[in-house]
Design a protein around this ligand. Structure first.
Ligand code: PMT
Length: 406
């Protein structure tokens, strides 16, 4: 599971008639995979593009199209509007946004939009000229000013062959937006610095010493902190991941680069989490040209890199929360405990990187979280997003306890 906040939520998905209507099927499947209870309302026009039967099979719930259903005993549209934790219209045509902006309720979907008390997200998809038309833009402004969310469409070539903004967004972007809307903003006003990924220590222009860190753990932490409303600064070594939306990224290569970036940001941060696998050593000498293969043996002498986390710990303010990771191959708790004390951390996340499905590169992790008093919290194997959720929960708890000590 990638988005723990979505599990068990009830989502009403409004589908309107557009060439992108079929993408609502992909969206429904992706939401179901996240454990969302999806209830679908289709406009009559959308049924020209995809059948209610398809959507019923995918959502595993009855699909609503007709406003007046004589079989139903309840006032269907009010009950549907009220059951939702979030109402999403995807794709949203210019027509449905115009109706919602002006309070027109002449079919099931437009009626529940008027009756909704949950947050509403519109995902417009249409021809670029229709999207940029002043009427559509004015309607979007009205909807946003009323507190609705509108996800901008993607730019590119649309089905009719024209170029511009109007493409249905990737499913992942929509799901991220829904997760953002549903997540309470418990870290609003907080500045969070997270490091992620490996470092590279070059010994000639084309060769370096590094480690297998993919950045997934650090990026998951950045994503969770951002969903909870923090201003997130992510210092990352070389990785191939897309950063979570809304996060400010600082790309670095070596441990020295990471030290400079982290130390310049650290004094202004409320929370610092070092998930990066920082190279402990770097080659003493860096050759200016490629070492030739004709040498049968090359010896590389290594010198120690600065310990970033130890420097942060040494300079930490009383109201700052500083968290470290420990990647260990043996004596997990003993080694992690030493790092916790030496680096003056609020807690440390201990990773036994020899376990399958745990540590470097995997999508999952299994950790033990050590607190200064000796308390240990066991986090069983779960997705890195879920582990990140647990770590950020503990960060919030630590922030609160520091505030009450002030
Ligand atoms: O990126 P992934 O593929 O998702 O993998 C995740 C991970 C295994 C990299 C992550 O969960 C993890 O364990 N990160 C810490 C790796 C590490 O460098 O551990 P360490 O025990 O060597 O270092 C202890 C702590 O000091 C870490 O917080 C580290 O960031 C920090 N450190 C280490 C050396 C150094 N020179 N400066 C540091 O700040």
């Amino acid at each position: 599971m990638k988005w723990p906040i979505l599990k068990g939520k009830t989502l009403v998905l409004g589908i309107t008639g557009s060439i992108a209507t079929y993408r609502a099927a992909d969206l429904t499947r992706a939401l179901k995979k996240e454990g969302v209870d999806v209830h679908i309302v289709m406009t009559k026009n959308s049924c020209q593009f995809i059948t209610p039967l398809t959507m019923q099979v995918l959502s595993e719930n009855p699909v609503r199209v007709e406003l007046f259903d004589l079989k139903s005993e309840e006032i269907g549209h009010i009950a549907t509007a009220r059951m939702a934790d979030v109402l999403v219209v995807a794709p949203a045509t210019a027509n449905i946004m115009a109706k919602a902006a002006h309070g027109i309720a002449d079919d099931y979907l437009s009626t529940i939009l008027l009756a909704a008390t949950s947050p509403v997200l519109f995902c417009p998809a249409m021809n670029p000229a229709m999207y940029h038309h002043p009427a559509t833009q004015e309607n979007i402004r009205i909807l946003k000013n009323r507190g609705n969310f509108v996800l901008e469409p993607e730019a590119g070539s649309v089905v009719c062959g024209e170029e511009g903004k109007g493409r249905f967004p990737p499913i992942e972007r929509i799901i991220h937006e829904i997760a953002y809307i549903l997540t309470p903003k418990t870290l609003k006003g907080k500045k969070v610095l997270i490091s992620a990924g490996p470092t590279r220590e070059f010994f000639d222009p084309v060769r370096f010493i590094s480690n297998p860190s993919s950045g997934k753990m650090g990026f998951a932490l950045a994503g969770v902190a951002c969903l909870r409303g923090a201003a997130v600064h992510l210092v990352s070594g070389p990785v191939t991941l897309e950063p979570p939306p809304g996060v400010q990224v600082y790309n670095v290569v070596s441990a020295k680069d990471m030290y400079d970036a982290v130390m310049s940001l650290a004094p202004n941060m409320d929370v610092i989490i070092m998930a990066a696998a920082v190279g402990d050593y770097r080659p003493e000498k860096v050759m200016s040209s490629k070492i030739k293969k004709k040498l049968s043996k090359v010896e590389i002498s290594l010198v120690q890199n600065p310990d970033i986390l130890a420097s942060i710990g040494a300079n930490k303010r009383d109201n700052q929360v500083v968290v470290g990771f420990a990647a260990e191959t043996d004596n997990l708790l003993e080694n992690a405990e030493k790092k916790l004390r030496k680096k003056r951390l609020d807690f440390i996340v201990a990773n036994d990187v020899t376990k399958p499905g745990c540590g470097f590169f995997y999508d999952t992790n299994q950790v033990k979280i050590l607190m200064p008093g000796g308390k240990v919290e066991e986090v069983p194997r779960m997705s890195k997003q879920e582990v990140a959720d647990k770590i950020i929960d503990l960060v919030e708890k630590t922030l609160k306890s520091k505030k009450s000590d002030e």
